[in-house]
Design a binder for this molecule. Structure first.
Ligand SMILES: Cc1cc2nc3c(=O)[nH]c(=O)nc-3n(C[C@H](O)[C@H](O)[C@H](O)COP(=O)(O)OP(=O)(O)OC[C@H]3O[C@@H](n4cnc5c(N)ncnc54)[C@H](O)[C@@H]3O)c2cc1C
Length: 480
């Protein structure tokens, strides 16, 4: 995919990274040096997706995923800082901001003078956003008064703009509505908490915020009051797209390191790459990396079809976060003991990748969501006839579940929906890989993914053993 705008930018990013980005130092110091952030700003990266009118580069989703992938190939904390700013941090403002809001915020956000963050998670509302307690209520002086706590805010330590999700009962006629609020963290009543200590992504800032009677002007509401929940879906699509693009970068870095190592390391009188077992593992890893990339590209191409974007970014988020972690783990395994030593940087790849299976929607929650969505949508057919077997297998699984839903077993089918979701996600990855495959190698990788996707689609959704008995025994502490 050649692109006259992005290609030179990617070259500049790589040259800058080679010279200035030191992943192990960033990890050890738990922060990205200021000069690196300034350098990224000079490259125009904080304005990549922002409209040209306000000083941004106006890159498309397809162009932006390449930027984030290139950053993540070098360092995941750097990619997360930029990706969060471009996705969750600014997407709402770009899509629904008034002219006045955009005029105030977008120029400094595009230049990197201001960094954006997104605050939705709360102590009692993580996966379940219907439990939000952060509350904004109209005050007699015409402002809104904001109370509550937000956790784990990426870029929180230095953000100049927070998009905060708050419960706004009654506003915009929505009895239990939520709204997105644009908050300057310097506003009186906003208390930024200390940096969290983390397993990975240590260079990326993560803080909590406490809001105590914060006076929020009415013009700080994003879009229509009370419509926050529907806006969130779109903002999260962008967040998941760029997160997935970062996972592609991690996967590439892990695979490149593994390939270099297995060629160079000799055991049993030959290079590791000559071991058949190693070759098989690498072939599967290559296919997964290709599937990840294809799925992210397919999702990005749906930029203007928001429903499709939401569906495909859900699939991409799960497939890519699992793929990146698996490939980092494989790379570590193939490095043997040296992989476990921090100096090689492989352990860092794995530690950094771990959280992507949790944030922006825990994977198990998204898998169930993907299953439920599949059940409620009209049955689709693949455009490529070679995929009809795979699509039929997923459709069969869906039909069985729909029939059961009419009977008594409809009461608790979350595990089955979760299993259907996994089939959907593998189907989407295999479909994207097949559609985009041009070279014999890509076609071979796509075939491998189709095979595995078919196995996933036909796997039993529940093990034959009585799992509820084991869980009950565990809870009672009677299990050895
Ligand atoms: C480093 C980091 C950065 C973050 N950045 C941000 C940010 O910028 N902005 C923001 O708003 N939030 C952010 N988060 C929060 C993140 O999105 C949440 O941690 C995530 O949504 C999960 O919520 P939780 O931690 O409350 O887990 P819980 O909701 O308590 O879930 C815990 C686990 O239970 C399981 N589980 C829960 N529900 C179900 C279900 N229905 N079915 C099956 N399994 C289930 C899953 O395995 C899940 O991982 C960040 C988190 C971290 C760690």
């Amino acid at each position: 995919m050649n692109d006259a705008v992005v290609e030179p930018l990617l070259e500049s990013i790589r040259a800058f990274a080679r010279r200035h980005v030191r992943p192990l130092e960033i990890d050890q110091q738990h922060s990205i040096p200021r000069e690196v952030l300034w350098g990224l700003a000079e490259l125009g990266l904080f304005g990549a997706t922002l409209p040209r009118e306000w000083g941004g580069a106006g890159l498309s989703a397809l162009q932006t995923i390449r930027v984030v992938t290139a950053l993540a190939e070098v360092d995941r904390s750097v990619a997360t800082t930029v990706g969060l700013h471009l996705g969750l941090g600014t997407r709402g403002l770009v899509a629904w901001g008034t002219r006045a809001q955009q005029e105030r915020w977008l120029p400094p956000l595009a230049s990197g003078e201001a960094i954006a963050a997104f605050a939705t998670t709360e102590p009692n509302a993580g996966s379940d956003l219907s439990a939000l307690q952060c509350l904004a209520q109209p005050a007699p002086d015409g402002t809104l008064q904001l109370f509550g706590t937000k956790l784990y805010v990426t870029n929180g330590g230095f953000a100049s703009l927070l998009t905060v999700t708050a419960s706004t009962p009654g506003m915009g006629g929505a009895e239990r509505g939520t709204s997105l609020l644009l908050i300057d963290p310097k506003t009186p009543g906003v208390a930024r908490q200390r940096e969290e200590r983390k397993l990975g992504l240590r260079g990326s800032s993560t803080t909590a915020f406490i809001f105590d009677q914060v006076a929020v002007p009415n013009d700080a509401v994003l879009g229509e009051p009370g419509q926050g929940a529907s806006y969130l879906a779109h903002v999260l699509s962008w967040g998941r797209l760029l997160l997935s693009a970062g996972c592609v970068g991690t996967a590439r870095a892990a695979l490149d390191a593994a390939l270099a190592h297995v060629h160079h390391r000799r055991q049993f009188h030959r290079a590791l790459v000559q071991q058949e077992v190693v070759q098989r593992a690498l072939a599967r890893a290559g296919a997964i990396a290709y599937g990840m990339e294809a799925l992210v590209r397919t999702a990005a191409a749906a930029e203007h079809d928001w429903d499709l974007l939401s569906r495909l970014t859900t699939s991409a988020k799960v497939f890519c976060s699992e793929g990146a972690f698996e490939l980092a783990d494989l790379s570590l395994q193939l490095h043997g003991g040296s992989g476990f030593i921090e100096d090689t940087g492989i352990a860092l790849l794995m530690r950094d990748a771990r959280v992507t299976r949790i944030f922006e929607g825990a994977n198990d929650v998204l898998l169930t969501h993907a299953g439920v969505l599949e059940l409620t949508q009209p049955a689709a057919v693949p455009t490529d006839a070679s995929l009809s077997g795979l699509w039929s297998a997923v459709a069969l699984r869906r039909n069985v579940l729909q029939c059961e839903a009419k009977g008594v077993r409809a009461l608790n089918r979350r595990a089955a929906q979760h299993a259907l979701g996994r089939a959907v996600i593998w189907r989407d990855a295999a479909t994207a890989a097949t559609s985009l495959a041009r070279t014999p190698l890509e076609r071979a990788a796509a075939a491998l993914l189709c095979d595995e996707a078919l196995n996933v689609a036909m796997a039993p959704d529940l093990p034959a053993v009585p799992t509820h008995l084991i869980v009950a025994a565990l809870l009672e502490g009677v299990f050895p």
